[in-house]
Design a binder for this molecule. Structure first.
Ligand SMILES: O=c1ccn([C@@H]2O[C@H](COP(=O)(O)O)[C@@H](O)[C@H]2O)c(=O)[nH]1
Length: 269
């Protein structure tokens, strides 16, 4: 998906919601466990219930990889089930020496057909640029992450400023706002205005609302740009809003509340 298609989708749906499919076999409703592919059955119901409210789905590959071959099959069925025209994210946090990164990119873009993959930039240029050579595909680079451990390295003060700011500026120079986004945690709302000044045009993927306590209002006020420029992810707060037979309806209600709030913020742009 290209940038203009994503921007149009956000405008049409009045939403910049990304539903996170962090589907944990331990947490899905028990009545699904007797089905041949419980993870896919769960995802299918969540997608059916939310597909008109969001613009993106993020599949965190860890929840699938841990199931071995069956998990990869669930992942493939899920990504194939997501309606065309909705932006798909493989949250795999890849990045390695160049030839290996090339095969990570092929895996998620060509084999599985994702629009984007999350990339850890700390191995440098040759680990990131292989993700940028695919038409209408995106690298979503970790910028300032939502977890406490972001203080350990990312937030170190250097002679040039904060380390994550340096990393984001340099990484941005390898691509463009048409093929690169950055992860900025919703729990880092105090920093988002400064990051937006450094990167006025890039999309930010923002995880950390819901279960991690980040404020949708704050990050929207500080992070939206003229094209919206945000994809805000919520995983647990949506997909586990309920845990009985009504789980999909409960997920829809949770997604609807986020979308309604987003529509307000978009109307003020
Ligand atoms: O900085 C980051 C980068 C990635 N994540 C991922 O986003 C979701 C958040 O899930 P919630 O249940 O909404 O908290 C999850 O897949 C994380 O691995 C992040 O949280 N922070």
């Amino acid at each position: 998906m290209n940038r203009q298609e994503l921007v149009n989708l956000i405008r049409e749906r009045k939403s910049y919601l990304c539903v996170g499919l962090d589907t944990d076999i331990q947490k899905i409703p028990k009545h699904l466990l007797s089905l041949p592919d419980p993870i896919f059955a769960f995802n299918k119901a969540i997608i059916d219930a939310t597909k008109d409210l969001c613009v993106s789905y993020k599949i965190n590959t860890a929840f699938y990889e841990c199931q071995g071959i069956r998990g990869w099959e669930s992942l493939q069925r899920t990504v194939e089930y997501i309606p065309k025209g909705i932006f798909t994210i493989a949250d795999a946090k890849r990045g390695d020496i160049g030839n290996t990164s090339t095969y990570y990119a092929k895996t998620f873009f060509d084999t599985y057909g994702f629009d984007s993959v999350t990339v850890a930039p700390y191995m440098g240029r040759d680990s990131v640029t292989p993700f940028l050579g695919f038409s209408e595909k995106w690298a979503i680079v970790l910028g300032l992450t939502s977890n406490e451990g972001s203080q350990d390295f990312q937030q170190l003060q250097t002679s040039e400023g904060l380390l994550y700011e340096q990393v984001m500026k340099t990484t941005a120079s390898w691509g463009s706002p048409d093929n690169m986004m950055f992860v900025v945690g919703a729990t880092q709302a105090d920093s988002i205005a400064a990051i937006r000044r450094i990167l006025p045009d890039h999309f930010f993927l923002v995880p950390g609302v819901g279960a991690q306590g980040g404020s949708l209002k704050e990050i929207s006020e500080k992070g939206l740009n003229k094209d919206a420029g945000l994809l805000v992810n919520a995983s647990r707060a949506i997909i586990y809003a309920g845990n009985d037979e009504r789980f999909a309806e409960d997920a829809r209600e949770a997604a609807k509340a986020y979308q309604a709030e987003m529509a307000e913020y978009l109307s003020a742009l």
